[in-house]
Design a protein around this ligand. Structure first.
Ligand SMILES: [Zn+2]
Length: 371
């Protein structure tokens, strides 16, 4: 699913919402066009009434669209359409990726759909591999065949089709492959439900699942232990955390999301961040409107701009880097409070205040439209 983007999100119930909203806008505009005698004050009144109606009806329409996407076959059909269109538009993937290798392990980002990343993580000594969020089964299968590895596990961060849509087809082709994820999230073809902090081995690789609700109720991230191969931990963050962004709060409060982000940040600054989407340029541009004088943000924006001009992948970053420019991880920063016009209330718990800051940043990001 598309998670962190603002008004241009292609995924979820937004598609259904777009159809309904476009119809409502068109109807309103048509009404106004057909009523030229309306005087200006009356016209303003009509506009305000329409805005008030949309303010009330918008969230309701969104909930309806989201439910259709996540709970009915319509969502699956919409996902299939997304896959078809993306394969036509990006026959070689939306981005140019390159593998990241440490002794004994290879991490291969696979660009899928219009901005998602799946990952193939390979134990190079045994040829056993795990796939993270394999939403386009053809692209992931092509990578498996090219690498000549055995798919033992699928780690699914959450139920949205753009993260889980390839589970069934890959399981048909790899009969011993298990699908891991949270039982709270209705993940398609889930065979092995995981609980918070549970570990799974794939060859010599060890993954730990961390429950990180907020985007969905059962969202999980997976941490590859770097110690056995002398590398940093690797965080496969799904729609919890992106380069300079975080996932939308579809099924959780700002307090819940803040706790999940804090949990992830506890992994340490050298942890490599492998997100579920290529949103870096848009998220950094949004962040630059919030923080006008942040050299780390400027520097990362310049680098990402260059990368994206050549359609190159922008991950991984590190959690240490993210703390310097990602506004969703900077809810404690006074400069951000000043820009947002928020102050900690007398007697307000610091975490309650940070959740309020996170909610406001998320609200602004939801309204933000990339240029
Ligand atoms: Zn999602």
């Amino acid at each position: 699913m598309a998670a962190g983007r603002g008004g241009r999100q292609p995924g979820h119930g937004r598609a259904a919402l777009r159809v309904v909203a476009a119809g409502a806008r068109g109807l309103g505009a048509a009404c106004l066009r057909r009523c030229p005698p309306l005087r200006l004050p009356l016209r303003r009144l009509a506009c305000r009434a329409a805005a008030a109606f949309m303010a009330l009806a918008g969230p309701l329409l969104f909930r309806v669209g989201y439910s259709l996407y996540t709970r009915t076959r319509l969502g699956y059909l919409f996902y299939q359409r997304q896959v078809r269109k993306a394969r036509e538009r990006y026959p070689h993937g939306h981005s140019v990726s390159q593998p990241c290798c440490f002794p004994g392990v290879k991490i291969l980002p696979i660009p899928v759909l219009s901005n998602n990343y799946s990952y193939l993580v390979i134990d190079t000594s045994s040829g056993r591999a795990a796939a993270i969020d394999p939403s386009d089964p053809l692209a992931v299968q092509a990578a498996i065949e090219k690498e000549g590895v055995t798919l033992e596990a699928i780690f699914c961060t959450h139920k949205h089709w753009d993260h889980s849509g390839g589970n069934a087809e890959l399981c048909q082709q790899h009969s011993s492959c298990k699908v891991y994820g949270s039982a709270l999230d209705s993940i398609p073809d889930l065979t092995s439900p995981l609980t918070d902090r549970e570990k799974v081995s794939v060859g010599c690789l060890t993954f730990q699942a961390l429950a990180t609700p907020g985007h969905t109720v059962g969202h999980m991230v997976y941490v590859l232990d770097g110690e056995p191969f002398g590398g940093p931990p690797c965080l496969f963050s799904g729609d919890l955390l992106f380069l300079s962004g975080c996932g939308r709060l579809f099924e959780g409060s700002a307090e819940t999301m803040l706790a999940s982000l804090d949990l992830a940040m506890g992994l340490g600054e050298d942890t490599l961040l492998w997100p579920g989407h290529e949103y870096a340029l848009e998220c950094l541009t949004f962040a630059s409107f919030l923080e006008l004088d942040n050299p780390a943000l400027d520097q990362k924006w310049q680098w990402v701009m260059q990368q994206r001009q050549e359609k190159r992948i922008t991950c991984p970053s590190t959690l240490g880097e993210e703390q310097t420019y990602n506004p969703f991880l900077r809810t404690h920063r006074p400069e951000l409070h000043a820009v947002l016009g928020l102050q900690q209330g007398a007697g307000e718990h610091p975490d309650a205040f940070r959740a309020r800051v996170l909610k406001e940043v998320r609200r602004r990001k939801d309204l933000y439209k990339a240029p």
